[in-house]
Unconditional design. Structure first.
Ligand code: ZN
Length: 354
């Protein structure tokens, strides 16, 4: 008899406006994260849903540091945005899908402070809320990709031919409207000052996206890591996105180079807050990641398991290697391991386009 897994249908929260459609979610989580999120959402005593935006669960993790949790409306892993409140300015990290009045929520939490908006990387679940803002910052290698994603039809894939949302019930009117906004690319190491000596540094980490960035809140000693640690399903070495001029950095090699530098700075941060799932990870996980990435570079065929994933270009094989005590690093062995290999694909794409 074949063993059959049950769907992870658990959704205890009823005071938010979005509702999961049972059986439609992709359970992009491991067992530990799943348990963590259940405890957090049911029992964390700072959890609050503000009237101004009923799509977001707000958690106050530090005195001036908030996690803003919202459903991923395309059924993938639910998303964390973060808000740091400095002495004179605040900073919103990622914008999810921008469901509901995100600006109003930030204003209410901060007491109407001016604030900076930044992205960790391109993913619909991290950047489509950018339409709600006039100016957004990201790493300079990610500008092409964010612009490409924030297109006129970027929300279309969420709906079936009858106009119903495929994965989550929400009010279509609460999505932001497409509009132009200013997107500013900044280099690795760029400092955002939030007043006085409160600095947040953009740290370029490559990998999951060519211009993937983390943000180091130096006062709180917190690293906001986007999707570059939570790689179990979404891939660190995906290889170049078609047309991305910086595609060679979507590789394990580029990721390893950058993460190694970050590991040498581990006296600057204590806890890590990612774009999905369990948060407050301890900093040593970075060292385990660097060592695992090094092993992949030595021999990409020495993976632990592989799986097939459906992409627009067809089915691709993704290899996965376990990170001790954590999840996996996943990569496309054909185009997502070495920079030279990926650069050839970038050039080929440019040639074919001419
Ligand atoms: Zn994500």
């Amino acid at each position: 008899m074949e063993l059959k897994k049950r769907k992870q249908t658990y959704e205890p929260i009823t005071d938010i406006k979005s509702k999961k459609i049972p059986g439609k979610e992709h359970p992009y989580s491991n067992y530990i994260s799943w348990a963590f999120m259940k405890q957090l959402r049911e029992h964390h005593d700072t959890r609050k849903v503000y009237d101004v935006n009923p799509y977001v669960e707000v958690f106050q993790f530090e005195k001036n540091f908030y996690g803003l949790f919202t459903h991923n409306i395309d059924g993938a892993g639910d998303v964390w945005m973060y808000l740091i409140v400095g002495p004179e300015k605040a900073m919103l990290i990622d914008t999810a899908y921008g469901l509901g009045d995100l600006d109003g929520l930030v204003r209410e939490i901060t007491g109407n402070m001016p604030y900076i908006v930044v992205n960790t990387h391109t993913g619909p679940d991290h950047v489509l809320g950018n339409f709600r803002f006039d100016t957004v910052y990201c790493h300079e290698y990610e500008v092409w990709s964010v612009r490409n994603k924030c297109s006129k039809d970027c929300f279309d894939y969420l709906f079936d031919e009858n106009g119903n949302c495929k994965w989550i019930h929400f009010d279509k009117k609460d999505l932001p409207e497409y509009r132009d906004y200013e997107l500013i690319g900044v280099p690795d190491g760029h400092i955002f000052n939030l007043g006085e000596d409160y600095d947040v540094e953009l740290i370029w980490t490559a990998g999951h996206a060519a211009g993937h960035a983390m943000y180091l809140d130096k006062k709180n000693r917190i690293l906001i890591s986007g999707d570059d640690l939570i790689s179990a399903t979404n891939g660190v070495g995906n290889g170049p996105r078609p047309g991305d001029p910086y595609g060679k950095y979507s590789t394990i090699e580029a990721y390893h180079n950058q993460m190694r530098k970050l590991a040498f700075r581990n006296d600057e941060y204590d806890y890590i807050y990612g774009g999905h799932f369990a948060v407050g990870l301890e900093s040593n996980v970075i060292i385990d990641i660097v060592e695992t990435a090094a092993k992949i570079l030595e021999d990409p065929q020495n993976y632990d398991f592989k799986k097939e994933r459906k992409r627009a270009q067809g089915t691709v094989t993704i290899c996965c290697k376990y990170v001790p005590n954590f999840t996996v690093i996943s990569y496309n062995p054909e185009k997502g391991v070495y920079m030279e290999q990926a650069q050839k694909i970038v050039e080929e794409y440019t040639r074919n386009k001419k």
